[in-house]
Each structure stands twice: as structure tokens, then as C-alpha cells.
Design a protein around this ligand. Structure first.
Ligand SMILES: *[C@@H]1O[C@H](CO)[C@@H](O)[C@H](O)[C@H]1NC(C)=O
Ligand SMILES: *[C@@H]1O[C@H](CO)[C@@H](O)[C@H](O)[C@H]1NC(C)=O
Length: 276
């Protein structure tokens, strides 16, 4: 969620138990301003919180003018001291999947994974141990990247791709109507489109290139991985991901107010396909 009115935005998602103390809100608000100035970010976001056994990680992100390019993530345990997270590489993400269970809260904590590999044949076969070390800091940045990739969403039309290919906020966006807000097809994955293929292009004659440069969540697999709910009459739309429990998106229909946060353990619900 955006930094500007954090204390208001966080109230929209409070029904799900997402709460910050007044001290945390104040510290975060200050930190966001400092990080923005120091790094010359165009925009800063409060991304959420990953719970650890001993301590929790607060996460903020900074974005440049092109919202898709060069976004950086920072973590803190006290909302005052912040560390830059390394960019999640493909190898880091692959290794991070080996680390199971809760985060500890110590970024330098390492888990060791031993896999037995058999080489050679018959009597000559020997067992070899392949050891992979996963540092918690690497797992943290990997999980954040994965959550963003899998479930970070925005309303359709909120962002535009300008002719220079930069992805920027749509200044004339006025929000989704209540009717529109209830439909999955009006939410987009906030990442470059992966699924736009000819079949979909042909099916959707009403596609607009400047808007539809992202994938709609309508085609998400497994189906039913999103829970849509209205609160405050139809004054507030809340969407929860069942794939990444803890990810919450909100939108006040017919306004520019929307955003999301993640408050969870950083564990994906692997059983989801069998639960639906
Ligand atoms: C095991 O290795 C020996 C020597 O390298 C070789 O002569 C033999 O054929 C091998 N046996 C099997 C079952 O691969
Ligand atoms: C920008 O927002 C306006 C108002 O909601 C909408 O009509 C328009 O289609 C949007 N533009 C793009 C390119 O998404």
C-alpha cells in the first residue's frame, strides 16, 4: 500500500486482523519518507510483514517512475533500521523452496539441506551428499518476489503502459464501480503479462493494449484461489488470496483508493489445488 496515507489504508484491511500500533504507523511513515528521499524513489510502498519465530520482518518497497522496473525491497525489525534486500535471482528462488517452516527473524540464519544423490551403477553405485545452504535473507527476498509474482494485484485501468513502454499510474483512473469490483476480470497481476497469447487476444475483442499489458486474475489456476467480499455495505471491497494466505487487497469502489499488504508466515498454501 502506498505511503501517503498509511494510517488510513491500514484500517481498510483491519477486519482480517492486520493491525499496526500507533508507534509502528508513525515509525513506518517516517521511514518511508526517509527511504524515498535517500534513494530518490518515485513512490514508496508499505509491502507488509513476515512473521518470524523470534522477530518479525517489516517490508517496504521503493519504485522508480516505471513501476515495473528496478523496484527495491527493504526490511526492518523495528521499523527504524532498514536493510536493503538483494534482488531475488532464479537460483535463490529455487533454493529458497528447500527451506520449510517459519522464518526465525535472523537474516543471517542458515538452513542446510542435504540431498542424497546416487551415482554409478550396480555394485559400483555410491551415495553422495549434495548440500545446499539457504540464508534467511535470501529466502526472504525470494518469498517477497514470489508473492509479488503470484498475487500482487491492481484494479484494471489503474496503470497504463505509455508508448515508451513505461508502466505508470493512470492519472484519470476513477476506480471500479461496485458491479465491476465484484468481477475477477477487473483485477490484474501487477507484473508483465505472461499469459497473453493469441487465443486470449482473439477471445477478448474489447482488449485495449494500453490497459491489457497485464494478466487478469480471471484465468488464475487453480480457480477459486481468490476470496472476494464486500464490507461496509458495498463501500469496501476486500480480496484475499488463498494461495498466499495473508495477502489482502482492498479497493473503495468508485475512488482511487486501493492497495494491498501481506501479513503472513511467508508460506504458500501448497494444498490449495486439493482443497478447492
Ligand atoms: C564396477 O567397476 C569396475 C571397475 O571400474 C568395472 O570393471 C565393473 O564392470 C563395474 N561394475 C558394474 C556393475 O558397473
Ligand atoms: C484510465 O482511467 C479512465 C477512468 O477510469 C479509464 O476510462 C481509462 O480507460 C483508463 N485508461 C487506461 C489506458 O487504462
Amino acid at each position: 500500500m502506498e505511503s501517503g496515507d498509511l494510517h488510513l489504508c491500514i484500517d481498510y484491511v483491519s477486519s482480517g486482523g492486520i493491525i499496526l500500533t500507533p508507534e509502528q504507523k508513525a515509525a513506518l511513515q517516517t521511514a518511508l519518507v526517509i527511504l524515498q528521499n535517500e534513494n530518490r524513489f518515485y513512490r514508496v510502498y508499505f509491502w507488509g510483514k513476515i512473521f518470524g519465530v523470534k522477530e518479525d520482518y517489516y517490508i517496504v518497497q521503493g519504485a522508480y517512475k516505471d513501476e515495473f522496473a528496478g523496484r527495491k525491497s527493504f526490511y526492518s525489525k523495528d521499523c527504524i533500521h532498514w536493510g536493503l534486500l538483494p534482488l531475488a535471482t532464479a537460483k535463490m528462488k529455487e533454493n529458497a523452496k528447500l527451506a520449510k517452516g517459519y522464518f526465525t527473524g535472523d537474516p543471517s540464519y542458515e538452513t542446510e539441506h542435504v540431498e542424497l544423490k546416487i551415482t554409478g551403477e550396480g555394485q559400483n553405485a555410491t551415495e553422495e551428499e549434495e548440500v545446499t545452504i539457504v540464508k534467511e535473507e535470501d529466502r526472504l527476498t525470494s518469498v517477497i518476489a514470489e508473492i509479488d509474482e503470484d498475487v500482487r494485484i491492481v484494479p484494471r485501468g489503474a496503470f497504463v503502459q505509455v508508448p515508451t513502454a513505461e508502466v505508470v499510474k493512470n492519472r484519470s483512473f476513477e476506480g471500479l464501480s461496485v458491479q465491476e469490483a465484484a468481477k475477477l476480470c477487473n483485477y490484474m497481476h501487477f507484473r508483465e503479462a505472461k499469459r497473453l497469447n493469441l487465443r486470449i487476444l482473439l477471445q477478448r475483442a474489447n482488449m485495449d493494449r494500453a490497459i491489457d499489458f497485464m494478466d487478469s486474475i480471471e484465468d488464475d489456476v487453480p480457480r477459486g484461489s481468490w476470496n472476494i467480499q464486500f464490507e461496509r455495505g458495498s463501500g469496501l471491497l476486500i480480496m484475499r488470496s488463498l494461495q498466499w494466505p495473508g495477502y489482502v487487497f482492498y479497493h473503495v469502489p468508485a475512488t482511487r483508493k486501493y492497495g494491498s499488504v501481506y501479513f503472513g508466515t511467508g508460506e504458500k498454501n501448497m494444498d490449495l489445488p486439493f482443497m478447492l
